[in-house]
Design a binder for this molecule. Structure first.
Ligand SMILES: [Zn+2]
Ligand SMILES: [Zn+2]
Ligand SMILES: [Zn+2]
Ligand SMILES: [Zn+2]
Ligand SMILES: [Zn+2]
Ligand SMILES: [Zn+2]
Ligand SMILES: [Zn+2]
Length: 1769
């Protein structure tokens, strides 16, 4: 026995060295043996490893022996072989030992009883994750698609996102979800069986073995991963035999070098081929490292130096290269393999996980060394990408699946946090690949976060880490300065900030003393960071010279953005607990004071104004340094508001003594910042460049304002509430540097300076309005967060109605990325759904309009004026006055109630009076309208305040005496005035006409306040006077109203007059340009009507028949068209110069019945005469309906070609080589023109017709035609070889029929076309040929006429199909462009014959007739089932006149002759088509019984019996025929109508199933009982039927051996899409690239034509077509849509339209969120649902053949697409 084993071991140990052949043989033997000796192995291992053996030593011995051999071929590994060998030689025996039985059996058992309630699926980059906005504790809690689909959250407000990779599914984590933590799948696992009785528990023996095996395995993995020696192995792994000199030069991945750099360096250094270098590079990027050279040590060393040298040349730093011994490399590789082995094992049992974790966490007793897992964490940044992935997955599958061990892991993680973050910051890999990225998995778990704060002091740890990594940015004052920072490095610092955010994201509900202490400790530590930011990056106003370089400002602002929510969260945490709040306030206050000490050296100066004095230290924003970064002050403001809110403010003096408080100092810095903003607005800082403008922008922008601008306003409010109001205003005036401006008027002529002053005054007034009026902050007044959000939304919607996403973007997001919008939006706005394009919008509810405040502090200047304009306009429309006074603000909370005092203080009155006086005195340069508006607003605020106070409390208690102050004289001077008087005067200032309504409103308010004062003093008559007061109000209001009404009426009359003038002008314009905009259809309509009247009077009955002797007259109108280029009119005539329609010819698969059919890409050898009934690919001709002179068009086209050749990128919009251009009028993409050929009038003389009818039966007609054709063939045979199919004379008595007898029924001379029309006929025909067949143009090619007929037939079929799917009537509902395009196309197709040799046309005709008339059948004639009959009809009808060609005299059939020709050709094809239908439906089994026993059904039954010898129910056949023939009849009606111009019956102008069939039959001269045709022509047709049905193809079909196409053909639709977009994402997540097996992320793309899922933008699925690399989409499009195709990029939620290889565009996907918006790129992630109307629009885009047009249009308008390489899509 033992010898066998040894032999096996020897065999496996040698395989590495032997040749490939031996490897195979060995493996073969080996595997046979494995299966044979499974039990032997088990026995062996049990022996080997039990007590008597040392497992560790044996294990290592085994590895030492096998591993280097298995992984010996590093350069060119046979991965599958290696895997087989590893399994057999190491893993299988190992598992046998571990489990004590056959591993497969054992694991299967475990699998059965596997009951984890955690999902733990690890996301790959690009995978879709779902978060529930209703139930997730924070947005980092996500579900995988499987769990999501099975969870309750499916019906909640969820978000979809693309994972960046590295996270894992939180299903089952009860702490992550407020509700529904388990999906139904995992719920089963959770409830099924609690641990005690679960079958998954391992027995003691296995646990014992695990405890023995795992340590060795783990130790080996750790040792090998952190192994640093390049030449040596640990002793245990070294085998005695001498070490071979086998080395590898190994290249490592990093983030600094691009793909191209690496490829370049490899090619240079190793001299390898591009392909090999690419292979290496791809592998390096994927695995993280790769051996690029094998050889002796010296050689590898040399290669290493070379690579380093070359890579250093192309980029700043060298690539990371190492030389490793082959054995080291092998063991490291195997260590990873063992890692993934463990990973797999972990998923089976909780016991495995726990044992594994225990071992990983075990510290060597008495040693300071970190445990295994910490060792690996600390080594993480030094591992290569592949190793990190394995390690992180192992952590996920073990520690993170066991809550207890996750906690222990987190403790270890925090223990080494600083070291890990520092490693990461210096790492050269992205964050997903760093162990630090695991923080989110631990810190966001509420209990874990709390534990880590309490036990590990994690907040302090993180903040200290920040302080330790940021010092390099500290300047000499210990403030941050990010000049010349590295973006990459700073981004890495942000991740530490993020960790802080994670820890704080869930506020604790219960506070312990320990938690409080630790938190405060962390807060204080955090304040140290803020201290470094307070006042950082100071700037100084530049005077004289512009600054040279714009300083870097982005880093500081970016940190502010990152910190915004952290600051808010800290404040929220502090506010949880009164004690904590007060203590943290004290700490914060201290910190602010420490930072405010500088500048105290200056002497205080004194400033007087109207009897008040301010002593302050001099400081000028315009001259001294200033900073907009004041996080400490702002945090204090935030805490202060919370003190006020909780009421803790009453205890503030216990913590900060009033002497310490120093409110002036607190206000100082925020005030400076606001002054800076004002000065920037006044353009005083112009020379400081753009960076300052940007900073000011962000300071007020929604991303930062909560912790910048808003808090500065609050700080001013704190100041106003605590300082003496006059002092406060003096301080403001001084800081705004406006002290002088209100003292006296300086006679200055400097316009710039005056303007500057005016702007500063405006800015200051605005700030004063905000300080007094902005109270929507919880704590400042008694409002809730909802109130605040509602107010924001109201003010946004006062500007204009807005989309949901636009509102969201304008609202601040909280730490969970929520705005709170959804909770309140319905209270203030109504949703308006979108149409087929555009998006849904919210409109403000009317009742909310009263909340509008023109001076809302979050309005930008433009928003402010837009909103003012909108609101004034609205009031005007409602015939109301235009006053927009402030809405009554909510009351200040007690702590802030003193703020209002600044309204009625002396200094404020002085300011208001001064400004009003300036306006009244018309000192135009010293005031602006905006300023007066603000003054009026402040007055309104004052009056509102007093009114509110008076209404609430008795008069004597109201100390707020605004009325009194405002009516007091400004001075004792003689000419002194009060505010009230000034207002009266103001009404007469002409420049302030627009403010009149507001002034009136204020005057009324004065009145009201006065009366309130009086009323309450006369308390006894309170009620009466009250009503009187309102009455008085009303009377003045009435007067005003009447006046307004009169004005409004006058305005209305004026408007009416202007409107009348306008519409007259417009009518004129339309009249003169009518032809430009509309097609001629409308004007023709009139002519039609006239003609119709005539017809009705002359030929009553048979006017609406298109074929045969009873044919009605052609309705011909004189066509006068206007050239869109030269604007001249011209009548369309045969003999005059050609007029043309712009047109686009394209290949199309829109009608195909079989998308899997392979299309020929080049038509060089194609014979397009016969169309297959599948209609696989046709040539469509469309037109935009715009008419030009041929000459004008040619000039335009040439000029455009010349012009565009010089423009860049033009080739992507049009293909100039292929004659593409844009229609000069409508910019549609065109590639040719259709000549407009007038219809020739044809009227039948009824007497002639009757005469002919006597003689010309179908039989007779056939004889004549046959004679004619055989005559030609004999004639030709004389000269040359007969090229006609052998012709068999019928041999009857009529053989005497003469060659010329065809002429006897009437001929006429052919139409003579002008040379220019002829030229255009040729040009257009050649384009059809060139585009339709994708060949080089050749005017002489014999296939040109075939293509002409083919495009004519195909285009008609497309239009018929479109009308049917749109449910429109056959006639009268075509768009103008379709109508005129089709008319021109059919007439062209009839005329085109004359430009080709008639012999050629005859040849084609005979081949076509061969299908119908077996006499003419040639070798290549297809059977009845292999052709589309409508194509035959069109070809035959259009080519038939060639039979009249007589020795160079071009004759054509007379009206009567052609009427018969058409009739018989049509009847023949109809018969053949009925046969097609009958044959194809013969095999159909009846679905239901019907008792239809109509005449038609009976004929059908007898027909089947006679012809097919089959007994099929007659009603069934009739049903099939009637339904199946419809499209053919409809196409034929369209064709003959456009060919002959005979008006169709009325019924065809409406949609009616029943009437339509009868009308069609009558129009086309068919009996409604179609089977009567067979009866009528029995003698002639029966022999034809016989012949048709004996064709082998037909026979095989009749026998059911093959399947023929069914009629009616199916109408193509875009594939059905699921209603819910996440279904598509689900589908995409299961998508695997068909070509490659790796799990790399793909871009799945769905073809909307056929439903194929493709792997786009990836080299694996590129295809080589005609020597060009094409992406999966482009190459699919060539087949699926003949080059034009429509895809849905699933992960991006975008539709892609592509055409050919170079053109494409993106188009909004037909999925909308509940707010009627699309979400390209799934950026917002709202649930999306299919919008049927939009999908239908896409469908029409396709069926109308407008995709190319759409692409051209989008490319024109959107230049972005130029960079995109559509070819590789
Ligand atoms: Zn899951
Ligand atoms: Zn689940
Ligand atoms: Zn939910
Ligand atoms: Zn013209
Ligand atoms: Zn056009
Ligand atoms: Zn397709
Ligand atoms: Zn692929």
């Amino acid at each position: 026995m033992v010898s066998w084993i040894l032999l096996l071991k020897e065999l496996t140990s040698d395989v590495g060295k032997t040749s490939e052949f031996t490897v195979e043989v060995c493996n073969h033997i080996f595997f046979m043996c494995t299966y044979l000796f499974v039990y032997l192995w088990v026995y062996f291992f049990l022996q080997w490893c039990d007590e008597r053996f040392d497992f560790q030593a044996t294990f290592l011995q085994c590895l030492a022996k096998h591993v280097p051999n298995i992984y010996s071929a590093e350069m060119d590994p046979l991965v599958e072989k290696q895997e087989e060998m590893v399994q057999a030689a190491i893993l299988y025996p190992l598992e046998c030992y571990l489990f004590g039985e056959d591993p497969d059996v054992f694991l299967e058992k475990l699998q059965q009883s596997r009951t984890s309630q955690l999902c733990g699926k690890v996301f790959k980059g690009g995978e879709t994750t779902y978060s529930c906005r209703d139930c997730a504790v924070d947005p980092t809690c996500v579900l995988c698609i499987d769990c999501f689909q099975n969870s309750i959250h499916k019906n909640h407000r969820y978000k979809m996102h693309s994972s960046t990779g590295g996270g894992f599914c939180d299903c089952g984590d009860t702490e992550a979800w407020k509700a529904g933590p388990l999906c139904t799948k995992h719920e089963a696992g959770a409830s099924g069986s609690p641990k005690e009785n679960s079958g998954c528990q391992l027995n003691e023996e296995i646990m014992e073995h695990s405890r023995r095996v795992f340590p060795s395995v783990i130790k080996y993995i750790v040792d090998m991963l952190i192994w640093e020696e390049e030449k040596e192995l640990p002793v245990e792994l070294t085998i005695s035999r001498e070490k071979a000199d086998n080395y590898y030069c190994v290249l490592f991945n990093d983030e600094h070098h691009s793909y191209d750099h690496v490829i370049y360096s490899l090619q240079r250094a190793l001299g390898c081929e591009l392909g090999e270098a690419q292979l290496h590079t791809t592998a390096i990027d994927k695995e993280g490292r790769r051996a690029v050279k094998a050889g002796h040590y010296a050689a590898c060393q040399e290669a290493k130096e070379e690579i380093k040298r070359h890579s250093e040349n192309v980029s700043q730093r060298p690539l990371h290269v190492e030389v490793l011994h082959a054995d080291v490399m092998a063991h490291q590789k195997f260590a990873l393999r063992l890692g993934s082995w463990l990973n797999k094992l972990m998923s089976y049992s909780s016991d495995f996980r726990q044992i594994f974790c225990q071992i990983c966490l075990k510290e060597e007793t008495g040693s300071e060394k970190p445990c295994f897992i910490s060792k690996l964490m600390l080594w993480d940044a030094r591992l290569h990408k592949g190793a990190r992935k394995v390690l992180h997955e192992l952590i996920f599958s073990s520690f993170f699946m066991e809550m207890e061990y996750k906690k222990l892991f987190a403790v270890e993680f925090v223990k080494y946090y600083k070291a890990l973050q520092k490693e990461y910051i210096n790492d050269d890999h992205e964050r997903v690949l760093s162990v630090t990225a695991l923080s989110v998995q631990m810190f966001t778990v509420p209990t874990l976060a709390r534990h880590l704060i309490e036990e590990q002091n994690v907040i302090t740890t993180i903040t200290e880490t920040l302080l330790e990594v940021l010092p390099e940015y500290l300047d000499k004052n210990d403030k941050f300065n990010f000049q010349g920072y590295s973006q990459d490095k700073l981004n890495r610092v942000y991740s530490v900030i993020y960790d802080l955010r994670y820890v704080l994201v869930s506020k604790p509900a219960v506070w312990t003393d320990r938690l409080r202490e630790r938190f405060l400790e962390g807060f204080v530590s955090f304040l140290r960071i803020l201290t470094c930011m307070q006042g950082m990056e100071e700037i100084k106003r530049q005077i004289g010279q512009h600054i040279e370089v714009d300083p870097d400002w982005e880093a500081a602002i970016a940190i502010q953005m990152q910190l915004k929510n952290i600051l808010l969260m800290f404040q929220e945490w502090c506010a949880c607990d009164e004690e904590l709040l007060l203590r943290s306030y004290r700490e914060c206050h201290k910190a602010v004071m420490r930072c405010s000490s500088n500048g105290r050296s200056r002497e205080k100066t004194v400033f007087h104004l109207c009897g008040h004095t301010l002593e302050s230290r001099p400081y000028r924003v315009s001259a001294d340094p200033v900073s907009i970064h004041l996080p400490l002050s702002r945090t204090l403001a935030g805490l202060h508001v919370r003190l006020s809110k909780t009421g803790a403010i009453s205890r503030l003096h216990e913590f900060v003594s009033p002497e310490e408080f120093q409110v002036e100092l607190l206000v100082e810095y925020p005030l400076r910042c606001l002054v800076l903003v004002a000065q920037v607005a006044a353009e005083m800082w112009r020379r400081n460049g753009l960076s300052l403008i940007s900073q000011v922008f962000y300071y007020q922008d929604v991303k930062c304002r909560e912790e910048m601008y808003d808090k500065d306003i609050i700080m001013l409010q704190i100041g106003a509430s605590l300082m003496d109001p006059n002092q406060f205003l003096l301080l403001i005036l001084q800081r705004y540097e406006l002290a002088d401006a209100f003292k006296k008027i300086k006679p200055t002529k400097d316009q710039d300076l005056i303007k500057q002053y005016n702007v500063l005054i405006e800015e200051m007034l605005q700030i004063l309005i905000y300080v007094v009026g902005e109270r929507y902050v919880p704590g400042i007044s008694n409002v809730t967060k909802e109130d605040v959000i509602m107010r924001e939304i109201i003010h946004l919607l006062c500007i204009e109605p807005m989309a949901h996403s636009a509102i969201t973007k304008s609202l601040p997001e909280n730490e969970n990325n929520e705005t709170g919008l959804e909770n309140v939006i319905d209270k203030v706005a109504t949703f308006k759904k979108p149409g087929v394009s555009g998006h849904g919008v919210y409109e403000l509810k009317d009742e909310c309009l009263k909340e509008f405040n023109m001076f809302f502090y979050h309005y930008t200047k433009t928003q402010h004026s837009k909103a003012e304009h909108t609101q004034k306009k609205r009031r005007k429309q409602e015939n109301r006055d235009e006053a927009l006074p402030p809405p009554p603000p909510p009351d200040f909370s007690p702590a802030f109630s003193n703020v209002v005092r600044i309204l009625n203080c002396d200094v404020m009155m002085h300011i208001l009076r001064t400004l009003l006086q300036r306006a009244v005195e018309l000192e135009t340069h010293l005031w602006t309208e905006a300023m007066i508006q603000m003054v009026l607003h402040l007055l309104s605020l004052g009056l509102l305040e007093e009114k509110q106070q008076l209404q609430k409390s008795p008069e004597e208690e109201v100390t707020f005496d605004f009325y009194h102050k405002a009516t007091r004289m400004g001075s004792s001077a003689l000419n002194a005035v009060n505010v009230l008087m000034l207002l009266e005067k103001l009404k007469r200032v002409p420049q302030l006409e627009a403010q009149k309504d507001t002034v009136n409103w204020i005057l009324q308010m004065f009145d009201m306040v006065k009366r309130l004062r009086e009323k309450s003093s006369l308390a006894t008559v309170g009620a009466a006077s009250g009503s009187e007061a309102t009455k008085g109000d009303e009377s003045t209001q009435d007067k005003e109203k009447a006046e307004r009404k009169r004005k409004a009426e006058a305005a209305r009359l004026h408007r009416q007059k202007i409107m009348a003038q306008m519409s007259a002008l417009q009518r004129n314009f339309i009249e003169t340009h009518k032809l430009l905009y509309e097609n001629t259809l409308e004007s023709q309509g009139k002519d039609d009507a006239i003609m119709e009247e005539e017809i009705i009077s002359s030929a009553i009955d048979y006017s609406r028949i298109a074929l045969g002797p009873k044919r009605g007259p052609s309705v011909i109108e004189k066509e006068v068209l206007t050239c869109i280029l030269c604007q001249e009119e011209q009548e369309v005539k045969l003999e005059s110069a050609a007029m043309v329609l712009s047109a686009c010819v394209q290949k199309s698969t829109a009608l195909t019945q079989n998308r899997s059919r392979i299309l020929e890409l080049s038509g060089d050898t194609l014979d397009p005469l016969f169309m297959h009934p599948d209609l696989p690919c046709g040539t469509h001709t469309g037109s935009c309906g715009h008419v030009m002179h041929a000459a004008c068009w040619q000039k335009y086209f040439e000029a455009m070609q010349l012009n565009f050749r010089q423009r860049l990128h033009v080739e992507q919009i049009f293909d100039l080589e292929n004659g593409e251009y844009l229609c000069p009028l409508c910019k549609s993409l065109c590639n040719t023109v259709i000549p407009i050929v007038p219809l020739q009038a044809q009227k039948i003389n009824s007497e002639d017709a009757e005469a002919v009818a006597q003689i010309l039966s179908l039989a007779r007609w056939l004889e004549i035609v046959t004679a004619r054709i055989s005559g030609y063939s004999m004639k030709n045979a004389k000269g040359e070889k007969p090229n006609l199919p052998p012709f068999t004379n019928k041999g009857t008595g009529n053989s005497a029929l003469e060659f010329h007898s065809i002429l006897s029924f009437g001929v006429q001379s052919s139409a003579k076309y002008s040379s220019s029309i002829k030229e255009m006929l040729i040009l257009f025909a050649t384009t059809i040929y060139r585009v339709g067949l994708k060949v080089a143009p050749n005017e002489a090619d014999s296939r040109i006429p075939m293509m002409t007929w083919s495009t004519c037939a195909f285009t008609i079929q497309c239009i018929e199909n479109l009308l049917e799917t749109e449910g429109k009537p056959l006639f009268g509902s075509l768009q103008n462009r379709q109508h005129s395009g089709l008319k021109a196309l059919v007439q062209f197709a009839a005329a085109q014959r004359t430009t080709a040799p008639q012999v050629l046309i005859q040849k084609h005709l005979i081949r076509l007739l061969g299908v119908l008339l077996p006499n003419f059948k040639g070798e290549d004639t297809p059977s009845l089932l292999e052709v589309d009959m409508f194509h035959i009809l069109v070809g035959a009808v259009l080519s038939f006149p060639s039979l009249y060609w007589e020795d160079a005299v071009d004759l054509q059939p007379s009206s009567v002759s052609s009427a018969y020709n058409h009739l018989y050709l049509f009847h023949l094809t109809t018969l053949a088509h009925i046969m097609q239908i009958v044959i194809s439906s013969a095999t159909e089994s009846p679905a239901a019984h019907s008792s239809d026993n109509s005449e038609e059904a009976q004929s059908a039954q007898s027909f089947c019996r006679e012809v097919c010898h089959q007994d099929i129910p007659g009603w069934l056949v009739w049903d099939c025929v009637k339904k199946g023939i419809m499209p053919y009849l409809r196409c034929a009606a369209l064709f003959f109508h456009y060919l002959m111009g005979v008006s169709p019956p009325e019924e065809l102008l409406q949609v009616s199933e029943e009437g339509q069939f009868k009308a069609l039959c009558s129009y086309l001269s068919l009996p409604t009982n179609l089977f009567l045709l067979f009866h009528e022509y029995q003698d002639t047709v029966n022999p034809l039927l016989q012949r048709w049905c004996t064709d082998p193809v037909v026979l095989s079909c009749l026998k059911g051996k093959s399947i023929a196409i069914r009629y009616p053909r199916k109408r193509n639709h875009l594939i059905e899409l699921p209603e819910d977009y996440s279904c598509l994402l689900n589908q995409a997540s299961q998508f695997r690239c068909p070509r490659s097996s790796d799990d790399e992320q793909k871009h799945p793309v769905l073809c909307l034509f056929c439903g194929a899922m493709l792997c786009s933008q990836n080299t694996c699925c590129q295809e080589l077509v005609n020597g060009e690399e094409l992406g999966a989409c482009t190459s699919h499009a060539l087949q699926c849509g003949a080059g034009v195709c429509m895809f849905l990029k699933i992960r991006e939620c975008k539709v892609v339209l592509i055409e050919g290889k170079t053109r494409g565009c993106f188009y909004p996907a037909p999925y909308l969120d509940e707010y009627g918006e699309t979400d390209p790129g799934l950026k917002r992630g709202n649930p999306l649902h299919l919008c049927q109307e939009r999908y239908r629009k896409l469908h029409l885009l396709w069926q109308q053949h407008c995709i190319i047009e759409e692409i051209a249009r989008r490319q024109e308008t959107n230049q972005i697409f130029f960079g995109f390489n559509w070819q590789l899509l």
